[in-house]
Ligand binder design. Structure first.
Ligand code: UD1
Ligand code: UDP
Length: 383
């Protein structure tokens, strides 16, 4: 029997985590049927942004790592396209599997589609309707050259329908006749799978001497880190809010944000943060640590896509430091509020959620925890 050969492209932190769900499914259920080659572009390279996840989540070691590192969009994506193309010529896979909306996703989509290798895009259909976001460009481009598109939410599915994709197209699927499938979110699969393991293994609460209640914050979106006004407003707000509520705010810091803080924080803001015992800036944490922080915090303040969803999985209200969200179901449920970087809105949202958090509802949005199984079977069916 011909084994289905897939090349999975990873590169940024959330993709490494997402890829764990499919790799685990292949190992447990499709070992004789699917051969996975893992290509790491090296977009993220600090051990705490990359290797920690490979070790902790039991992902097979990448077969290739290009080590492209950081650069401008064009330089970084260009190097990735060249290197991915080379691997595809060598491996000649049946499918290339891509996750999300990073430059590694875009590079994989361009390299594979130009070689007429079918692309399976996991986390397809998400839209912010804001093309100033690099991710919006990456995800639209990737969706429109993909053969199989897997949407985590109905909003994602509807976005694809609005862009001309059809739910009734029939096999054989091709880039000109793509198949779209709503299947739930592989990150929900992962959260269910790793939750108990996280509580067995993680020492994050002891390591950082964290006691409940605390608020979990993550900031890394380029328009928040690279804009001095927004960055200073975010940290002024976190500083004042944590003091006003006498609540520790824990911030595992993305390296991008650390660098931006050094360059762009006003001295007064930096001093206030340093002197505030409630502000707990820590290095990026592992996924198991993150699960523990998300499940033990009182609420989440973030501009991350993945962290918004995980807050919801753990039934924690979420303040979203963006002008919109792709995860509209979360705000529709009342469990998330989009505040952008507006001190008053963030402060009001915090007060609102503190008062209402025990009565919030979290209807099921992200599938049944078996998205990876569905994806593997669908790719096999369309070999
Ligand atoms: C990328 C993705 C973003 C995703 C995020 C996940 C794109 C365009 N953006 O953003 O969608 O939400 O990853 O975390 O693909 N850096 C390090 N060490 C690292 C990695 C990065 O120091 O291991 C620093 C570098 O200064 C680099 C900066 O972070 O210039 C930005 O890294 P980059 O991968 O370009 O974008 P992210 O902001 O991480
Ligand atoms: N995450 C992590 N450690 C951290 C911060 C985030 O393991 O210090 C995980 C988080 O739990 C989620 C993913 O990284 O699964 C989200 O990635 P990120 O916020 O970097 O990017 P985005 O989801 O916005 O693309």
């Amino acid at each position: 029997m011909h084994m289905l050969k897939i090349v999975t492209v990873i590169g940024a932190r959330p993709q490494i985590i997402k890829a764990a769900a499919l790799s685990r499914m292949i190992k447990n259920c499709y070992l004789g049927a699917v051969k996975e080659i893992i290509v790491h572009t090296g977009q993220h390279y600090d051990p705490k942004m990359s290797q920690v996840f490979i070790d902790e989540l039991g992902i097979p070691a990448p077969d290739y790592n290009f080590g492209v590192g950081s650069a401008t969009h064009g330089a970084q994506t260009g190097k990735m396209i060249r290197d991915i193309e080379e691997v595809l010529y060598q491996e000649l896979p049946d499918y290339v599997v891509l996750y999300g909306d990073t430059n590694s996703t875009l590079a994989g989509a361009i390299a594979a589609s130009k070689m007429n290798i079918p692309v399976a895009h996991i986390e397809a259909g998400l839209r912010s309707f804001n093309k100033s976001m690099p991710e919006e460009i990456n995800r639209i481009m990737c969706d429109h050259v993909s053969t199989l598109l897997f949407t985590p939410t109905y909003t994602g599915l509807n976005n694809l329908l609005n862009e001309g994709f059809s739910e009734t197209s029939k096999m054989p699927f091709t880039p000109d006749n793509p198949g779209i499938f709503h299947c739930g979110d592989v990150m929900y699969d992962n959260t269910l799978y790793y939750k108990d393991i996280a509580f067995e293994k993680s020492t994050v609460l002891d390591t950082y001497r964290l006691e409940e209640p605390f608020t979990l914050c993550t900031i890394h979106r380029n328009n928040n880190t690279d804009d001095a006004d927004r960055l200073n407003t975010i940290f002024t707000t976190l500083n004042e809010l944590s003091r006003a509520h006498k609540t520790p705010f824990v911030l595992p810091l993305h390296p991008r944000t650390g660098k931006a803080m050094e360059e762009l924080l006003e001295p007064g803001v930096a001093k206030a943060l340093n002197e505030n015992p409630y502000i707990r800036i820590i290095p990026p944490v592992s996924f198991l640590d993150m699960i523990v922080l998300e499940s033990k915090c009182n609420l989440v303040i973030t501009d991350s896509g993945g962290v918004q969803k995980e807050a919801y999985f753990f039934k924690k209200p979420c303040i979203i430091l963006r002008s919109e969200t792709e995860w509209k179901e979360i705000t529709d449920a009342g469990a998330g509020i989009v505040t952008d970087v507006d001190q008053e809105k963030i402060t009001d949202a915090y007060v609102h959620f503190k008062a209402t958090m025990h009565s919030l509802k979290y209807p099921s949005i992200f599938g049944d925890g078996n998205a990876a199984g569905f994806i593997c079977q669908t790719i096999l069916n369309n070999k």
